[in-house]
Ligand binder design. Structure first.
Ligand code: BES
Ligand code: MN
Ligand code: MN
Length: 470
């Protein structure tokens, strides 16, 4: 214990002395527009990967490599000299979401600035801030102690915001070098503000596009209207029957693999510090709406959803133009829970759309990717180690939360690599991930570095029993 405290002091001294350099490095990383979903940014994704591999080498990590996938590369590095100690995979992603609507940003998204106590830039929170704090934690440990108490393998992905389509293949191809005891994923958040949390549930995802096609070109609606199907009307008819007035999704079989929430699950969610009125008022909404028979927190974290993300077709300019549009489109996604399988849900969805599509148009449904849901036990020794580290550094024990968002790799670590997963993240909803003016609370970033360092010590403490039981 004395050793640990002494070296913690040395780490604090180091972190104090390097604060400005750390901030500059964080900004440099944020300046690279690594938007994975936009093909024109492929070069920027690679540049971010190269930058990161360099930063990891500089931190003292070994075998740093920009490793190819069929899409944007994975950045890998390791440190494997803690003989007999557990091996941890650390995962975060260096790609970011698109920035539109650009005019709502108070400063350009790839010109990071600190405003108040927040780093403002696309990716500041989701997820470059978390990638960066891990690298800075590693640099601090190696500069002061010269060694980690555990073995570490870092996997920083470049396609998480595009459904991680090529990551499973990479995990399979690298199965041997990824042998480990546990995976720590830093891509989730706190419940609120600086209130630490460990995420135990993530929803899965099915993402699709519906294309409704009529004629080759738009038609005069006077000459043809009344005689042909209108693709935009047809699409609206399809969308209107995807859900019932009770908020239930009407796709046959959709709920087959959804487990009923237990009384204990419901009690855990009800015990979280959540004020529905404050939530509604902050959103500026007249009412909250969702599936009948469930609370807001249940609807948001533990029940599946179906949402139209975007819809287009026909004339959208100023004034009036009289046409029967040639085609119409919608992006529709479902958040999945329990044992729902994204591929099966896609097939059921596609069949239902074909079933309810009105005549006179060609309707197709494309699969735009997805991921499985996941649920991690709270009593795993690694989860408990992370909980102790959060309590020691943030001054209060973490809440255990179910998040509505999705991280496809979570289930892949479990199924492909057979690893337990701990979701240790530092970004609350008020960081505005995916939205204009995304930012990271600098206290969460700085304290997060200490939490990560402490987690490695706590993992060893958890593993001190003569026989490792995990
Ligand atoms: N970091 C988020 C996931 C997340 C959000 C976890 C909120 C916990 C709380 C991740 O980067 C993300 O945005 N994932 C996408 C996945 C999709 C593209 C398959 C999502 O949830 O929309
Ligand atoms: Mn993320
Ligand atoms: Mn995201």
């Amino acid at each position: 214990m004395t050793d640990l405290l002494l070296s913690t002091d040395a780490i604090e001294t180091y972190l104090d002395a390097t604060r400005d350099a750390r901030l500059e490095s964080y900004k440099a990383f944020l300046r690279i527009p690594s938007v994975s979903g936009i093909p024109a940014h492929a070069g920027d994704c690679r540049a971010a990967a190269e930058w990161l591999a360099d930063a990891m080498r500089t931190a003292g990590l070994e075998h740093a490599e920009v490793s190819e996938t069929s899409g944007h590369p994975v950045v890998y590095a390791d440190w494997l000299h803690a003989e007999g100690a557990p091996t941890v995979i650390v995962y975060s992603h260096y790609d970011v979401q698109p920035v539109d609507p650009l005019d709502l940003w108070t400063s350009p998204p790839f010109e990071p600035v600190v405003v108040g106590n927040r780093m403002l830039a696309r990716g500041a929170a989701d997820d470059k801030g978390q990638v960066h704090l891990h690298v800075m934690a590693a640099a601090a440990v190696l500069a002061t102690r010269g060694a980690f108490p555990v073995n570490l393998k870092y996997v920083f992905e470049g396609e998480e915001e595009s459904s991680s389509v090529h990551l499973d293949g990479w995990l399979e191809a690298n199965r041997d070098r990824l042998a480990a005891d546990v995976a720590i994923i830093s891509d989730s958040g706190f419940f609120d503000g600086n209130l630490p949390a460990i995420t135990i549930g993530l929803r899965g995802m099915m993402y699709s596009q519906i294309d409704v096609v009529g004629t080759d070109v738009d038609l005069h609606s006077g000459q043809f209207g009344g005689a042909v199907q209108n693709p935009v009307n047809a699409l609206a008819q399809i969308i209107a029957v995807l859900k019932g007035p009770d908020g239930r999704i009407r796709v046959p079989g959709f709920y087959d693999d959804v487990q009923t929430l237990t009384d204990a699950d419901r009690a855990d969610l009800a015990a979280l510090p959540f004020d529905e009125d404050v939530y509604r008022t902050e959103l500026g909404l007249p009412a909250l709406v969702g599936e009948a028979g469930f609370t807001t927190l249940e609807r948001r974290g533990a029940r599946p959803t179906l949402d139209v993300n975007g819809i287009w077709g026909g004339f959208q300019g100023e004034g009036a133009k009289t046409i029967i549009p040639a085609h119409a489109h919608a992006k529709v996604s479902c958040r999945l829970v329990s044992a729902q399988d994204p591929a099966r849900i896609f097939e059921s969805f596609k069949a239902y759309v074909a079933d309810v599509a009105p005549p006179g148009v060609t309707v197709t449904v494309q699969d735009l990717g997805g991921g499985f849901p996941s649920l991690t036990p709270t009593d795993h020794p690694a989860t408990q180690a992370a909980a102790r580290a959060l309590e020691a550094t943030f001054g209060r024990p973490p809440l255990y939360i179910r998040e509505g968002g999705s991280i496809p790799v979570t289930a892949s670590f479990e199924t492909i690599l057979g690893l337990p997963v701990v979701l240790l993240g530092f970004t609350p909803p008020d960081d505005h991930a995916h939205a204009p003016n995304e930012s990271m609370d600098m206290d969460n970033y700085e304290t997060g570095i200490r939490t990560v360092i402490r987690t490695w010590d706590e993992l060893v403490a958890a593993n001190a029993e003569p026989v490792r039981n995990w």
